[in-house]
Design a protein around this ligand. Structure first.
Ligand code: KIV
Length: 271
């Protein structure tokens, strides 16, 4: 999927699949799959670097991982996350982060929240860098939210989310990620907006879904309850590692070379 496919999206359209990728190897697998677009999420601070939250992601780290992903992914939209505080230090630093991500290969940026940085979102859009909004459970707000909790449960906070979603569309966002909000609220916002809404832990009625790749492959710890694991990655990788370990210790790997190896310059040493 390209950015123009997002601009031309008409509801109800085909569901959009988005997956995170942070490194060349998994990004190249995503590139060869049917998944529509790739997000270099700031969740990389946790998944790739072992931090307890996404707050540890920096512009430099985001650019480094975006460049690795961009070497693998061609012909699919690559969205780079603007990390914690990057839109809160004024326009100059925000634009420097946008530039770093764009030069690394991102074709769009994702920005969490709205209050206090709507003008920066508008400026980035007007600078021709497409912006994906992100509302609901915004992990960069962890300290204010006091934990990873479903957002928009009561009437007032639900109405605020609806207003913010409409405002992000008005500011020019090309899509919106809605994270951990009740299904009915996500459905309402999806109906109200013209731009596609991509849900995560937001139920069935959004225009698309996004997951952290290591969560859905079962590679990274205990995933949130809304995640479906399509692979038992940790078990399979552990089994492979244990098979390697055993074969090394038993002398079964490497196996005895076949005939061709006897012709190698080292043949004598191998006898
Ligand atoms: O950083 C991330 O991976 C994200 C997705 C979970 C939406 O923002």
């Amino acid at each position: 999927m390209k950015i123009t496919d997002f601009y031309n999206y008409r509801k109800p359209g085909p569901k959009i699949s988005m997956i995170t990728a942070y490194d060349y190897t998994l990004a190249s697998i995503a590139a060869g799959s049917g998944v529509d677009c790739v997000l270099v999420g700031d969740s990389l601070a946790m998944v790739m670097h072992g931090h307890p939250s996404t707050l540890a992601a920096t512009p430099e780290l985001m650019a480094l991982h975006t460049a690795a992903v961009a070497r693998a992914v061609k012909g699919k939209l690559i969205v780079g996350d603007m990390p914690f505080l990057s839109v809160r230090k004024g326009l100059g630093p925000a634009m420097e982060t946008v530039e770093a991500l764009a030069r690394a290969g991102a074709q769009a940026v994702k920005i969490e929240g709205l209050d206090g940085h709507g003008d920066i979102i508008a400026h980035i859009v007007q600078s021709d860098m497409p912006v994906m909004g992100h509302l609901g459970l915004t992990p960069q707000s962890l300290n204010r939210l006091g934990g990873y909790k479903t957002q928009g449960r009561d009437q007032a906070s639900a109405e605020k989310l609806v207003e913010q979603a409409l405002e992000l569309e008005r500011l020019g966002c090309f899509a919106l990620v809605l994270e951990c909000v009740p299904e009915a609220l996500a459905a309402r916002i999806t109906q109200l907006l013209k731009i596609p809404v991509i849900g995560i832990g937001a139920g069935r009625h959004t225009d698309g879904q996004v997951l952290v790749m290591q969560d859905m492959l079962g590679l990274y710890g205990e995933p949130p309850s809304f995640v479906k694991q399509y692979l038992e990655g940790r078990r399979l990788v552990t089994e492979a590692l244990n098979a390697f370990d055993l074969e090394v210790k038993e002398g079964a790997f490497p196996a005895k070379p076949k005939k061709a190896a006897a012709e190698s310059p080292y043949a004598l040493a191998e006898k």
